[in-house]
Ligand binder design. Structure first.
Ligand code: NAD
Ligand code: UDP
Length: 309
């Protein structure tokens, strides 16, 4: 297969590029490097099956030749990033999705959208299953990301219904691993960075809010399985092991043997109080579930951050 990965120089996108190349496919990575880095893909530059195109996908995407799949992963994803780039986040979710869908339609390719657990907003049900419609504040600071992704899902389904395009929508829950940016502001790199330097570990709010963390290799396997199944409705992919952020801070301190103190900072506006995927559908339809335990995944991630810092 010849596959386009938008956002392929980012954290998840670069792991997808690696995985598809390992599976002997051709990969075209399209990225404008707003939050990604060439460091994530430079090891692929000598590979004749890999091509990098620096391009902002909110503009028309022209790629000659046949394409079998378009995986649209371009978008800032860390809350700090999308607060810094609100307009770009809305544009890549809306215009970028439209352009990526147009490319898929032109090439008669399968289209996959990287959606997010954020479409559930601050959820009033837990765990969240795919039939829950969510509780999103459209005018709050996180609205730029959440609403862009909700629009992207609606646009994807419109192309499916109207143009009969073959589509996949993956609702990704918090995923972590090597190649996250040390300073991207998300909780995993923040806590590891702070712990490795014995700096205060910054828990936002009282730390009672929960998240469920999935290791990158598990996510990538789920995405690969979904691509080859004809399932157009959204599918949650994530690890259902739920944890309070305060307990997560202690876990990181423990795993890094850190002397850091734990300090409390203001909770950002609209920060979801709980997040835990219901993965019944992924288990049933994809025969997929995460294999890497939180401790195992964190050890690999800490090792990576030790080596680059
Ligand atoms: P990331 O910031 O590391 O990667 C995003 C990539 O998209 C970057 O390389 C960036 O430069 C690129 N990009 C952004 N706007 C672009 C544009 N207009 N044109 C071309 N490239 C552009 O983030 P990530 O964690 O790898 O997230 C990847 C995708 O997965 C995003 O769509 C995100 O919404 C989704 N997602 C991630 C998570 C997670 O936990 N990591 C959870 C839910 C959803
Ligand atoms: N968080 C924290 N300290 C930090 C960074 C994040 O307590 O230094 C909290 C944040 O408020 C949220 C959770 O950790 O409740 C996960 O935040 P992240 O930015 O990783 O992503 P989110 O799941 O909110 O999209």
């Amino acid at each position: 297969m010849r596959i386009v990965v938008t956002g392929g120089a980012g954290f998840i996108g670069s792991h997808l590029c690696d995985y598809f190349i390992r599976k002997k496919h051709y990969v075209i990575c399209v990225d404008n490097l707003i939050t990604g880095s060439l460091k994530n893909i430079e090891h692929l530059f000598g590979n004749e099956k890999f091509l990098f195109i620096k391009h902002d996908v909110t503009n028309y995407i022209h790629i000659p030749g046949k394409i079998d799949s378009v995986l649209h992963f371009a978008s800032p994803a860390s809350p700090e990033d999308y607060l810094k780039y609100p307009i770009q986040t809305l544009k890549v979710g809306a215009l970028g999705t439209h352009k990526a869908l147009g490319l898929a339609k032109e090439k008669n390719a399968i289209f996959m959208l990287a959606s997010t657990s954020e479409v559930y907003g601050d959820p009033l049900v837990s765990p969240q299953n795919e039939s829950y419609w969510g509780n999103v504040n459209p005018v709050g600071p996180r609205g730029v990301y959440d609403e862009a992704k909700r629009f992207a899902e609606a646009m994807t389904m419109a192309y499916h219904r109207y143009h009969k395009l073959s589509v996949r929508i993956v609702r990704i829950f918090n995923t972590y691993g090597p190649r996250m940016r040390l300073n991207d502001g998300r909780v995993v790199p923040n806590f590891i960075y702070q712990a490795l330097r014995d700096k205060p570990i910054t828990v936002y709010g009282d730390g009672s809010q929960t998240r469920s963390f999935c290791y990158i290799s598990d996510l990538v396997e789920g995405i690969y399985k979904l691509l080859f199944k004809n399932i157009s409705e959204p599918i949650n992919l994530g690890n259902p092991q739920e944890m309070k952020i305060i307990d997560f801070a202690y876990l990181i301190k423990d795993l890094t043997n850190s002397k850091s103190k734990i300090v409390f900072k203001n909770l950002p506006q609209d920060d979801p109080k709980q997040r835990k995927p219901d993965i019944t559908k992924a288990k049933r339809l994809l025969n997929w579930q995460p294999k890497v335990s939180l401790k195992e995944g964190l050890k690999l991630t800490i090792e990576y951050f030790r080596n680059i810092s």
